[in-house]
Design a protein around this ligand. Structure first.
Ligand SMILES: Cc1cc2nc3c(=O)[nH]c(=O)nc-3n(C[C@H](O)[C@H](O)[C@H](O)COP(=O)(O)O)c2cc1C
Length: 215
């Protein structure tokens, strides 16, 4: 848990299918309310992956409005989240030596999201649309299990809400009905530790900011 971090550059080294199988096999032991197990995960092969990347980029380039199935972030940012969000962006672009006003360079970096950061494995997590917040919690636990299990095999990950910006594109290409909601994507592979984007770590609040003790 302490060593997991979001990795955004990967080695060009394939991940054996049985390793991915082991990861998902372990992750499915995540808890879920009344054992609903609401999680589903699409493992994209090169054909689907390329089509999805292309379609999302085309939509963005044509200023098609994002239409996510859920709102991840608040419309208005207040403290302390505002500052934490800012620090997160500064750390990422700082590691890449990209200044705040270098919009084009920031865009190039952001667009790597749509290529799953060129990781050998590209995943899309989705669930039934009628399910409620509780199931989204369960999904989060499943996703975390995937990320931790991956580390057990020397693999790293980046969860990606960016891949849920245009869920209709994902549904079309994966032949999913409207009754499935797209939660996020994930890049998974062997980290390229030499890449500057993987050279920083995000901070965490002190435990005293989290834990509230009552007698
Ligand atoms: C559900 C979820 C979605 C995320 N989406 C993105 C994303 O689209 N692109 C990205 O670069 N990072 C994404 N992140 C990574 C966060 O920025 C990262 O977890 C956070 O900055 C903390 O850093 P760490 O994961 O390295 O500990 C996402 C994280 C989560 C949990």
């Amino acid at each position: 848990m302490r060593d997991r971090r979001s990795v955004r550059a990967f080695l060009d080294k394939p991940v054996p299918e049985e390793i991915l199988h082991h990861i998902l096999e372990a992750a499915r032991f995540a808890p879920s309310g009344v054992n609903t197990q609401p999680w589903q995960v699409a493992v994209l092969g090169p054909n689907h992956r390329e089509k999805i990347s292309k379609a999302i980029i085309e939509a963005r380039d044509n200023n098609v409005p994002e239409n996510p199935d859920y709102q991840y972030y608040p419309t208005e940012w207040v403290e302390p989240y505002k500052s934490r969000r800012k620090a997160c962006g500064l750390a990422l672009y700082g590691a890449l030596n990209i200044q705040i006003d270098e919009k084009e360079k920031r865009k190039v970096q952001w667009y790597k999201n749509y290529y799953f950061f060129y990781a050998p494995i590209a995943l899309i997590f989705y669930l039934d649309a009628h399910l409620c917040k509780g199931s989204w919690m369960d999904m989060g636990m499943f996703i975390q299990n995937v990320m931790l299990a991956a580390r057990g095999f020397g693999l790293e990950t980046c969860p990606q809400a960016a891949l849920a910006e245009y869920p209709d594109i994902i549904r079309t290409h994966l032949n999913l009905p409207k009754t499935k909601h797209i939660v996020c994507g994930m890049a998974l592979g062997y980290a390229d530790w030499a890449h500057p984007v993987n050279q920083y770590r995000t901070a965490r609040e002190d435990i005293s900011q989290i834990m509230v003790k009552y007698d």
